[in-house]
Design a protein around this ligand. Structure first.
Ligand SMILES: NC(=O)c1ccc[n+]([C@@H]2O[C@H](COP(=O)([O-])OP(=O)(O)OC[C@H]3O[C@@H](n4cnc5c(N)ncnc54)[C@H](O)[C@@H]3O)[C@@H](O)[C@H]2O)c1
Ligand SMILES: O=C(O)C[C@H](O)C(=O)O
Length: 332
């Protein structure tokens, strides 16, 4: 029997991530090749015409899984009945801007959209915030939508996770699908800590630790980390626009694994509400290694954190605490 369609909201759908993301969702990349979808696309009135153009292209693409499109500038209409919300709408970082610069513009959007989601989304709606500052926007959304379970509000750090996999695969000249269990700790910002201490590579002789195969701690503790931390800025410098196709693909990976589960023995990185695991302060949206089963994520427990890593986990937590305070000051 055919499955019931899932309603997926994409905010900021007339923007560049939206343009890359909606066809991926309509093709089944996010929820699987047998899952029909109804797309809800929200943007603001100045982008209404462009949004309608995206809707026209979705119709023209004749995606078999796409059972309907709602394209609107009305936040209530956009949020009504949605099962999954991908929050991309907001003001993007431009060359030379720090994420903090976009904070005041974006947190007020997330406060108001929190109320609309809380009132109108389907029960158990899963939310991922993509728009920067992603962790803090997600925190504001969670706090202003108290009836949405806190486990349902997350932010995207899968792009950073995938960037780390990509760097290791290039360094070792191996397939990216053979590298697993890197971790992004903390903020989707330049203080994030990409950690390879538990990462492995599938080789003909079995799974081997990344550290052993790379055999270059200076690179792993230096250039590798800064390359991943600075990759968003490098893309902005090269394209004069922030990353879009990789961000859209990562958003699909995030929801795919959350809904359909992570493969046995593999974890992924998600920005989730901290419960104090790994001595990360509770009450922040912080990126952790997680496994997913039956539509629920759980933080991977018991990983050894050495002194080098500890400092980096604390530094990015510190930045998130400061962002949280700044966000609240922007809202008052
Ligand atoms: N977390 C990540 O990994 C990651 C990666 C790349 C980009 N980003 C962030 O994603 C966001 C979107 O990037 P983009 O390149 O698509 O930007 P964009 O400017 O091309 O698109 C943003 C869209 O949001 C719309 N918008 C603005 N305010 C809105 C509101 N209140 N409601 C609904 N829509 C609204 C704009 O009209 C625009 O169409 C930015 O904040 C960017 O920094 C995050
Ligand atoms: O760095 C940015 O603001 C863009 C985006 O978050 C990215 O990581 O590509």
């Amino acid at each position: 029997m055919a499955k019931e369609p899932v309603r997926v909201l994409v905010t900021g759908a007339a923007g560049q991530i939206g343009y890359a993301l909606v066809p991926m969702i309509a093709r089944g990349v996010m929820l699987g090749p047998d899952q029909p979808v109804i797309l809800h696309m929200l943007d603001i009135p100045p982008a209404a015409e462009a949004l309608n153009g995206v809707k026209m292209e979705l119709v023209d693409a004749a995606f078999p899984l796409l059972k309907g499109v709602v394209a609107t500038t009305d936040v209530v209409e956009a949020c009504t009945g949605v099962n999954i919300a991908i929050m991309v709408g907001g003001f993007p970082r431009k060359e030379g801007m720090e994420r903090k610069d976009v904070m005041s513009k974006n947190v007020s959007i997330y406060k108001s959209q929190a109320s609309a989601l809380e009132k109108h989304a389907a029960a158990n709606c899963k939310v991922v915030v993509v728009a920067n500052p992603a962790n803090t926007n997600a925190l504001i959304l969670k706090e202003f939508a108290p009836s949405i379970p806190e486990k349902n509000v997350t932010c995207l750090t899968r792009l950073d996770h995938n960037r780390a996999l990509g760097q290791i695969s290039e360094k070792l000249n191996v397939q990216v699908c053979d590298v697993k269990n890197v971790i992004i700790w903390g903020n989707h910002s330049s203080t994030q800590y990409p950690d390879v201490n538990h990462a492995t590579v599938k080789t003909p002789a079995g799974e081997k630790p990344v550290r052993e195969l790379v055999a270059d701690d200076e690179w792993l503790n230096g250039e590798f980390i800064t390359t991943v931390q600075q990759r968003g800025a490098a893309i902005i410098k090269a394209r004069k626009l922030s990353s879009a196709l990789s961000a859209a693909s990562a958003a699909c990976d995030h929801i795919h694994d959350w809904v359909l589960g992570t493969p046995e023995g593999t974890w992924v990185s998600m920005g989730v509400y901290s419960d104090g695991s790994y001595n990360v302060p509770a009450g922040l949206i912080y990126s952790f290694p997680v496994t997913c089963r039956n539509g629920e994520w759980s933080i991977v427990q018991g990983l050894h954190i050495d002194e080098f890593s500890r400092k980096k986990l604390d530094l990015t937590a510190q930045e998130l605490s400061e962002e949280k305070a700044l966000a609240y000051s922007c809202l008052t």
